[in-house]
Design a binder for this molecule. Structure first.
Ligand SMILES: Cc1cc2nc3c(=O)[nH]c(=O)nc-3n(C[C@H](O)[C@H](O)[C@H](O)COP(=O)(O)OP(=O)(O)OC[C@H]3O[C@@H](n4cnc5c(N)ncnc54)[C@H](O)[C@@H]3O)c2cc1C
Length: 311
């Protein structure tokens, strides 16, 4: 049985792998796709990671991937379906993992499966594509009009990116509360082909004559619905949802929260189960904090292994 299995090959998981190697652990790192580096790959430009020149998020992740390879670490490809505790014949707790294509177990796990896009909860006519990544899909709308739904940092930075490709970009917000960094918001407000429509919660998205209409409910009962800007493409940036589905003991490990509850050392309230990166309940979800968690979690695993498994 391995000392440690790291689940997830985002920034948190890959950093944990580098530290596990340096700690000389018998470990493996698992992810659904060796080159699916998680959210950072959607970052158009990372400008706040210390020690590197601004670069696309995918390139930063690729640098870390190559660092793993140079250290002899290979990411094993498996889709994680289920994670639960087991008992060894010697009466110790281990951790079991069900993959789509097999099973595994380890003395400890670092759970670093991160988060996925929150999906728009409204009626969407069949066949209308909804995009979550401007960097990936923005080019489909060269010279066209697009809407981006959301009021946070990701919505504003994606609007800025799209403004360089598209004819017009409208940011649609459900209220008036911009949560993007003030400097980003001010910069985007100055861009000529970007506009903001406040108080426009989307109720339905429909296609008419090849164009997309975004509808919102209005208080006038005679009209009941109105449509906003007519566009060619729709992007959504309304936050993230943590990937906790595989955890069998959700009520213990993530009580009252979508996120995994840990202490500052990335220890959950179950022996042998550690969490790192955006999956943790914390205030700052960034590449640098994901990397820091990866390092911290390995340190905690090492002390757990010598405390609990070397008796
Ligand atoms: C659009 C965007 C822009 C951003 N820009 C910046 C920025 O400029 N600077 C910055 O510091 N931060 C930025 N962030 C935040 C940063 O990307 C995240 O905080 C960080 O990448 C989180 O890393 P993570 O490893 O915790 O999780 P994730 O990146 O979510 O990685 C999770 C990993 O787990 C894998 N996985 C998930 N589920 C399964 C499963 N069931 N089985 C197997 N594998 C699975 C995924 O494939 C992925 O490899 C941005 C985020 C977004 C969305």
């Amino acid at each position: 049985m391995k000392d440690l299995i790291i689940l997830g090959n985002g920034i948190a998981g890959m950093t944990a792998a580098l530290y596990a190697k340096r700690a000389n652990l018998d470990f493996k790192i698992v992810g659904r796709d060796e080159y699916d580096f998680g959210q950072i790959a959607n970052a158009i430009m990372v400008e706040n990671y210390p020690g590197i020149e601004p670069m696309p998020g995918f390139d930063l992740a690729m640098k870390i991937h190559d660092q793993l390879e140079n250290n002899g670490i290979k990411i094993e490809e498996h889709e994680v379906l289920k994670v639960w505790p087991g008992i060894t014949p010697e009466n110790r707790i281990d951790w079991r993992i069900a993959y789509k294509d097999g099973e595994d177990k380890a003395k400890a796990i670092i759970y670093a499966l991160g988060a996925k896009h929150r999906e728009l909860n409204c009626e969407i006519e069949e066949g209308i594509p909804i995009h979550y990544c401007a960097l990936c899909d923005g080019n489909f709308y060269k010279g066209k009009d697009v809407a981006i739904i959301g009021g946070g940092d990701v919505a504003f930075t994606q609007a800025e990116y799209l403004s360089k490709i598209c004819k017009n970009v409208v940011i649609l917000m459900c209220d008036e509360n911009i949560t993007a960094w003030p400097s980003t918001a001010e910069r985007v407000k100055e861009i000529k082909n970007v506009s903001i429509e406040y108080n426009f919660p989307i109720k339905s998205i429909k296609k008419r004559d090849g164009r997309i209409y975004l509808f919102t409910e209005i208080s006038n009962p005679a009209l009941s619905f109105k449509y906003g800007p007519i566009v060619d493409g729709v992007f959504v940036a309304i936050g993230m949802v943590p990937n906790i589905e595989p955890i069998v003991e959700k009520e213990i490990i993530c009580p009252n929260s979508y996120y995994i509850y840990t202490n500052d050392e990335c220890c959950s309230n179950r022996d042998g189960f550690y969490a790192a990166g955006d999956i943790r309940g914390k205030t700052t979800r960034q590449a640098i904090t994901a990397a820091a968690d990866g390092a911290t979690a390995v340190h905690s695993v090492c002390s757990y292994l010598s405390r609990y498994w070397s008796k």
